[in-house]
Write a protein that binds this ligand. Structure first.
Ligand code: NAD
Length: 264
């Protein structure tokens, strides 16, 4: 049984992971951590609200974090100190956070992904394939839509798509154009446009528009239910439970599909 400590348990993703775990036989949510406190389900004294994450983790747990940058940092510090596997989907992290993940990965397996849906993994592969077969004169624009409560823009997935495209075109992140308000003059070829739309309850919608002279191509993924991310995060937890210390990507998990039992 894979024992999960869920950070951000009261949030939208936390609740989706809880629901997904209830449908999978080999995972259990052993502890729930949020800003309100930390609770271990099997603790003999019931709740341990005052002790925080460090007070509820046990050897053998896998920490799964979908919270906010501060929650991520607390989770990463505990995983580093206790050598516990860490799955994180929290977005809006900076380069210092990435360095912290490298530190954790010296002692424990770590998997970070801006998007745990298998459909987005396929979208990224499709975009790379399309760019491979199109001339570099085609323009790349990324449009993402999310619910009105999302705090970071652009989305981590839009950034990952832009980074993939930049790598393929030999561009740096200085080529990214976040909206075009105030800009005068024609679009440059060596640009990748990113546009964030916020409103209502959209769960996650990413479109990559490739535009040439007289024709265009649009590749799009729409997440309709957070279960799409939740099952991916649980598959990652299952994979890390037996993996040696290192940084992993979602692609690594798919390569081990037979062994790790990815269910979706
Ligand atoms: P949310 O606001 O609904 O939930 C976040 C939860 O984290 C809240 O309950 C909040 O109280 C808690 N939290 C904040 N700071 C904390 C801290 N220091 N310690 C413990 N808990 C803390 O947000 P959400 O929609 O559930 O998304 C959470 C994160 O996951 C965001 O960064 C979001 O962008 C990301 N996300 C990633 C994926 C993916 O596939 N990688 C998918 C959806 C959302």
């Amino acid at each position: 049984m894979i024992s999960i400590v869920l950070v951000g348990a009261d949030g939208r993703m936390g609740r989706a992971i809880e629901a997904a775990a209830a449908t999978e036989r080999d995972v259990t949510i052993a502890a729930r951590v949020d800003q309100s406190g930390a609770r271990r389900a099997d603790s003999p004294d019931g709740a341990s609200a005052a002790r925080g994450l460090g007070g509820v983790v046990r050897d053998g747990d896998v920490v799964v974090d979908f919270s906010a940058p501060e929650g991520f940092r607390a989770a990463a510090e505990v995983c580093r100190a206790r050598a516990l596997p860490l799955v994180t989907g929290t977005t809006g992290l900076g380069t210092d956070d990435d360095a912290l993940l490298d530190e954790v990965a010296k002692r424990a397996p770590v998997l970070r992904s801006a998007n745990f849906s298998l459909g987005v993994l396929a979208l990224r592969a499709a975009v790379r394939a399309a760019l491979d077969s199109l001339p570099a004169t085609w323009d790349i624009e990324i449009v993402e839509r999310h619910h009105r409560a999302k705090v970071d823009s652009p989305s981590g997935t839009a950034l990952a798509l832009a980074q993939d495209a930049a790598r393929q075109r030999g561009l740096g992140e200085d080529a990214f154009r976040h909206g075009r308000s105030g800009r005068v003059g024609p679009r440059q070829t060596a640009e990748i446009g990113l546009h964030s739309v916020r409103g209502g309850s959209w769960i996650g919608d990413h479109a990559v528009l490739l535009a040439g002279a007289g024709e265009s191509l649009e590749l799009r993924h729409v997440a309709e239910d957070r279960a799409a991310f939740a099952h991916g995060a649980l598959a990652a937890a299952r994979f890390l439970a037996t993996a040696p210390p290192a940084r992993y990507a979602l692609e690594d998990l798919l390569q081990h599909r037979g062994r790790s039992g990815v269910h979706r």
